[in-house]
Design a protein around this ligand. Structure first.
Ligand code: GCB
Length: 630
């Protein structure tokens, strides 16, 4: 499997990382070539490292002058933000010198965060931002060092001590660059350019329904490993009851090397030897004592893989997830997914998409304890690993997706390469998370041949990367009239054949003029032999806005509550319904929502407001889930 992953990534790669020691002219404009190479550094968040969170200088570069000169050539020194020198001193010392930046004297922000919330004049800035800080290399450093980014949105250019070390495209998945040979004793200077500008070729494209938080939104860490280390590891329970391990060593001693898996809580100790490529694959019958992970008992085990001087660590839950006809089976037992959707945005009046453990817990607790939920749709892109780890710990099943959203450039091979890379980076990061049950490849994408080919490629990649989970996509429906004049909603999407779980988004009575009372007369034509999930339905309400009339107006809490009552009544009659993730837990920022009375730049479909105030509909869904729980 480890080999398949590397081959997949290589296929998705459209250019090689810039050579470490030479300055390489970056492409002047987006879209950027996708760069994803080894290292994978799976479970990097469990490794020791130097956290570079905290103060960084920042400087905007709306014309991308730091990336290209005025004719598209390599920029001159006067614009190279990553130069390793004291700009003010250099100009004082030599009156021929001239620099149009001075990162060390530029304003300071705190990372991780988005620049949108740093200053009022950055609120709508989409483009290139430069960040810089210095850090002290660990004393007597030995072994290997990697700069690992949890995520930076969207395209990232990284330089260390004046040298380009790599680029990455994609705003929601991790990436790392080896810097062993560039690290120096004492102070090191790191400069990062982050370009948030979406184009027709990016994933997602420019038109979405959420805030495009530009910046370094997840931690950057300098991670230390021995010369040969466990770069990739996947430990799981297979559907036939075995514990399987795939591991890959990287380094001079990777081939034919002793390696050992230990799960102390199970008394499991499995020794083996890597092959010529540094891969090790083994399976063993699951010990009798194994407690299977579930929402009711989210048991996690300390797992380690050691080889030579390295010890890879993770905390892993073991469970199986599969479908049988229209049923979803967790550990062989049918399950109803009592869920809600969630954007990666913390509670508060001015979120910046910095998902701390406390921020994640506040949101997931509303689902688990408040709504009686067991499931979350992490929309519309891979969320922070803080969130997926907490879902493991709290016992919340996860739908994880990539931002293949609405109108993507289906025929553009670069766009497909980018999407494939995102799928791979997301799955490789999170394959050890028991909570993740479903990988979704798209949301509300219009059916065309080009789109079908694109999405089928992603589905096939998912299956090659992970054969232990379910594949889905949030699809659109078609509406017609039955012979009795009543609405018939059909899922006619040819992609359904390729999916394990079919999922649909509907908004009858919100975006359509239907009376809520009429929802009871809707009927659905969906595949009879597959589980159906309502991946979305919802209505806006401004918390605290009430309309006591019999037919309350839209945006009132009463309308939203009634929308939930009537929609739940409608969907509950569908025989293959096995779960739902209504839209959405919390009001979230969206520039397309500008009703001045009710929205003010927020999508108000939350069951709680941005500050956590529960709306009436919250209790409606909680009551429905409580009934399903029994
Ligand atoms: C949808 C989209 C979601 C939007 C939501 C809405 O269908 O999938 O991203 O935010 O509707 O509020 O309209």
């Amino acid at each position: 499997m480890a080999r398949i992953i590397r081959r997949l990534i290589a296929a998705a790669m459209v250019c090689a990382a810039p050579a470490m020691a030479q300055q390489v002219a970056p492409p002047p404009t987006l879209p950027l070539a996708t760069v994803k190479t080894s290292p994978l550094l799976v479970s990097a968040d469990m490794r020791d490292g130097l956290d570079l969170s905290g103060p960084w200088h920042y400087s905007i570069d709306p014309f991308r002058a730091g990336l290209a000169g005025f004719h598209g050539e390599m920029p001159g020194d006067s614009q190279l933000r990553y130069l390793d020198l004291d700009v003010a001193k250099a100009m004082k010392d030599d009156n021929r010198a001239m620099y149009e930046f001075d990162m060390a004297r530029s304003p300071v922000t705190t990372l991780p965060s988005s620049w949108l919330t740093e200053a009022p004049d950055l609120r709508y800035y989409q483009g290139l931002m430069w960040y810089q800080r210095t850090f002290a290399a660990p004393a007597n450093h030995k072994g290997r060092y990697f700069l690992r980014f949890g995520a930076a949105n969207y395209a990232t250019f990284v330089y260390l001590n004046g040298k380009a070390i790599g680029r990455h495209e994609g705003g929601f998945t991790p990436f790392a660059f080896e810097v062993t040979n560039l690290l120096r004793d004492g102070d090191n200077q790191i400069t990062v350019g982050v370009d948030s500008q979406a184009t027709e070729a990016t994933v997602p494209p420019p038109v979405t329904d959420w805030e495009n938080y530009g910046g370094i939104t997840r931690p950057v860490r300098l991670i230390a490993t021995p010369d040969t280390y466990v770069d990739d590891a996947w430990v799981r329970l297979t559907r036939d009851g075995k514990i399987a391990v795939d591991a890959h060593l990287d380094g001079a001693q990777a081939a034919n090397h002793a390696i050992r898996l230990k799960i102390a809580g199970l008394g499991l100790d499995l020794a083996g030897t890597t092959d010529a490529k540094g891969d090790w694959r083994a399976t063993v019958a699951a010990p009798r004592a194994l407690i299977r992970w579930s929402p009711e008992q989210p048991k996690l085990y300390d797992v380690s893989i050691s080889s030579g001087d390295d010890q890879w660590r993770d905390r892993i839950g073991f469970r199986t997830i599969e479908v049988r006809g229209p049923d979803v089976l967790l550990n062989g037992k049918p399950l109803f997914l009592r869920g809600i959707s969630l954007h990666e945005e913390e509670l508060g009046t001015d979120p910046t998409r910095a998902m701390t453990p406390a921020a994640a817990r506040a949101l997931l607790s509303e689902i688990k304890d408040g709504l009686h939920g067991n499931y979350v749709r992490l929309a519309h892109y891979p969320h922070s690993e803080v969130m997926t780890r907490l879902a493991d710990e709290m016992g919340i099943i996860v739908w994880s997706e990539v931002p293949v959203y609405w109108r993507v450039a289906w025929s553009n091979p670069d766009t497909l390469a980018t999407a494939r890379n995102m799928v791979a980076e997301n799955i490789i990061r999170d394959r050890n998370r028991a909570s993740i049950a479903i990988w979704s490849v798209a949301n509300e994408t219009p059916v065309t041949d080009a789109r079908n080919t694109f999405l089928r490629t992603l589905v096939s990649d998912v299956r090659k990367l992970d054969d232990t989970r379910l594949v889905s996509a949030a699809l659109l429906t078609e509406r017609s009239q039955g012979p009795d004049g009543k609405p018939v909603i059909a899922m006619a999407d040819p992609l359904a054949d390729a999916l394990d779980v079919v999922a649909i988004n509907t908004y009858f009575g919100w975006y359509t003029p239907d009376r809520l009372d009429d929802l009871a007369s809707f009927s659905f034509r969906v595949p009879a032999n597959k589980p159906l999930i309502f991946s979305e339905f919802g209505a806006d309400a401004k918390a605290g806005f009430h309309d006591p009339r019999a037919l309350p107006e839209k945006f009132s809490e009463e309308y939203q509550a009634e929308f939930y009552r009537k929609t739940l009544g409608m969907v509950d009659r569908i025989p293959t319904l096995r779960g739902m993730s209504p839209w959405i837990l919390k009001d979230f920022r969206s520039p397309r929502r500008q009703n001045p009375e009710f929205q003010q730049g927020w999508n108000r479909k939350g069951l709680i407001s941005e500050t956590g105030q529960r709306k009436q509909a919250f209790a409606v869904l909680a009551g429905y889930y409580e009934g399903k729980e029994r």
